[in-house]
Ligand binder design. Structure first.
Ligand SMILES: Cc1cc2nc3c(=O)[nH]c(=O)nc-3n(C[C@H](O)[C@H](O)[C@H](O)COP(=O)(O)OP(=O)(O)OC[C@H]3O[C@@H](n4cnc5c(N)ncnc54)[C@H](O)[C@@H]3O)c2cc1C
Length: 505
């Protein structure tokens, strides 16, 4: 994968990345960041040093979480199974040309101007190019994330797959990790799951599709070379952003035709969640009563997010793309060497089917969480939605504490569970959309890191009290003042009378 090219600067000379990096270092120094070391020395258990915070996932959320923790003086180690620079969907399974979100969002910059995408872009291409840029090219966003990780010197270990998460009752979480040099067990005081959009599950695929031989279908998030669709009749279930990206890619690779099978009678036009991206929502959602949290998230789910205009036009410019609306999938079966797809709008014949049907929480799809899954309290375990607001996706969402921590279904059954913090999309019902999408990822990362700092401080209070007691750096030395004699003696310690005369007697 080649690095994305930058537009040639027009007019002014861009400052360049080294200048931006110097500026970032200066900003951090002015803000006295990262904080000076304050955590107790790492805990050693049976001869093994425990990590303060292990973060599973080095995508945008994991990087922002690790950076926030680092700024607060807390050491975080990020583990990602992907090779370096290929974390998350951007340079792997995503198929859109540009990001879906607008360019001006400050994403994981954590309130540091020099850490924004815009600063990074302008440093290389200049302000005029920024003004001309429409949306951020997908691979350029990945390149920015690579820079973010490097410039903040985050401790990210790639090709480290977490195979098992084992909560314990001794204030540690164990992780079984497969690394290039073999398998090992790591210990961490706290664990952050920054495992992505499908972070607690996997693709949501209709059962009738799942039953087909795998060579006939793929989910939109599957890695796949669409060259294999050249000359094929392709059907895509769904009408959202990913459906458009898959349809367009198939057509660009020479598919004979693409039928989009869209259940709705119309494609949604308005992205309601955009109205919910403001400081009130980002900071206040976690404090809302349950009924309001549910109502908001359910409303956004039902309204659905429209595909971007550009992605839709990318499909419709092909005459062999067909938008079949009001076309719900009934079932699909293999017919000879192809597929027969029955829908509410008739039967479609296809050679290949792409399910762009989103993701769902499904612990069984995540063997690494098998130990903890039965103990996690979900919203469905304790919240009864009002009539007409039933929502399977929300029912499955983990019911998280104030610091994104998992909570036990039955108190006492899995004491270490609350040391695991869910910082991925399924946290949205409890915390708002601060743990996955670009707009408010910094808000979420700061909330997570500040919460963890407080939890550590409370847990280590004896150590910190000891530090306060042992602290011995004087600020005054006793030669700055003279203690007065008791009233009536008429002199002070230097023998000067209260009238200011030296007393020789
Ligand atoms: C195709 C696509 C396009 C999107 N476009 C936009 C957009 O334009 N704007 C927007 O705001 N949002 C967008 N999103 C939503 C969101 O921003 C992305 O999903 C983003 O990648 C979320 O970042 P993340 O760090 O939570 O997850 P990811 O980037 O997916 O990172 C998760 C990481 O966890 C690692 N991991 C998971 N399990 C393990 C394990 N057991 N062991 C080791 N590593 C593990 C994975 O390898 C992965 O690198 C898009 C999502 C998708 C899927």
């Amino acid at each position: 994968m080649t690095a994305p090219s930058f537009p040639a600067p027009a007019g002014e000379a861009p400052a360049g990345l080294p200048a931006l990096e110097a500026r970032l270092r200066r900003d951090l120094a002015w803000l006295e960041l990262p904080a000076k070391a304050w955590m107790p020395p790492g805990r050693v258990q049976a001869g093994q040093q425990a990590i303060d915070v292990a973060v599973v996932g080095g995508g945008m959320a994991g990087l922002a979480a690790a950076a926030s923790l680092k700024l607060l003086g807390i050491q975080a180690t990020v583990l990602d199974r992907a090779p370096a620079g290929y974390e998350g969907p951007w340079a792997t399974t995503a198929r859109m040309e540009t990001l879906r979100s607008p360019k001006h969002l400050t994403g994981p910059a954590l309130d540091l101007p020099a850490l924004t995408f815009r600063a990074w872009f302008e440093a290389q291409s200049g302000q005029a190019a920024w003004a001309e840029l429409d949306k951020i090219p997908r691979l350029q966003w990945m390149d920015y994330l690579r820079w973010y990780r490097r410039v903040l010197d985050l401790d990210v270990r790639n090709r480290h797959a977490v195979l098992a998460v084992l909560p314990r009752d001794d204030r540690l979480v164990a992780l079984d990790v497969e690394a290039p040099d073999g398998r090992r067990r790591l210990l961490a005081r706290r664990l952050v799951l920054a495992t992505g959009r499908d972070g607690l599950g996997g693709p949501a695929v209709p059962e009738t599709v799942r039953r087909l031989p795998r060579r006939y279908w793929a989910h939109s998030s599957d890695p796949m070379d669409y060259v294999r669709l050249a000359g094929k009749r392709v059907a895509v279930i769904g009408g959202g952003s990913a459906a458009m990206d898959c349809a367009a890619t198939a057509l660009e690779e020479g598919a004979a035709g693409v039928d989009l099978l869209i259940r709705r009678a119309d494609i949604p036009r308005i992205n309601k969640s955009k109205a919910a991206n403001n400081p009130g929502f980002n900071l206040g959602h976690a404090d809302l009563p349950d009924e309001w949290k549910w109502r908001l998230r359910h409303y956004i789910n039902v309204q659905q997010v429209p595909p971007p205009r550009g992605s839709t036009l990318r499909v419709s410019r092909f005459p062999n793309a067909r938008f079949n609306l009001g076309c719900a999938l009934l079932d699909v079966e293999q017919a000879g060497e192809g597929l027969r797809i029955r829908t509410t709008r008739g039967v479609f014949d296809a050679d290949f089917l792409i399910a762009s049907t989103g993701f769902r929480i499904d612990w069984t799809a995540r063997p690494e969480f098998a130990e903890l899954a039965p103990h996690v309290r979900s919203w469905g375990d304790r919240f009864m939605p009002p009539d007409g607001e039933g929502d399977e996706e929300l029912e499955a969402a983990p019911d998280l504490g104030r610091c994104f921590e998992l909570q036990e279904k039955t108190p006492g059954r899995c004491p270490g569970l609350a040391r695991i913090h869910c910082f991925c999309h399924p946290a949205a019902l409890s915390h708002g959309t601060v743990s996955g999408d670009i707009p408010a990822i910094s808000e979420g990362a700061k909330r997570l890191a500040q919460g963890i700092a407080s939890l550590f401080y409370n847990e280590d209070i004896e150590y910190h009290f000891g530090q306060v007691q042992a602290y011995s750096e004087p600020e005054v030395f006793g030669d700055e003042w003279v203690a007065a004699e008791p009233p009536g003696t008429g002199r002070n310690q230097r023998g000067v009378t209260s009238e200011g005369m030296r007393d020789e007697g």
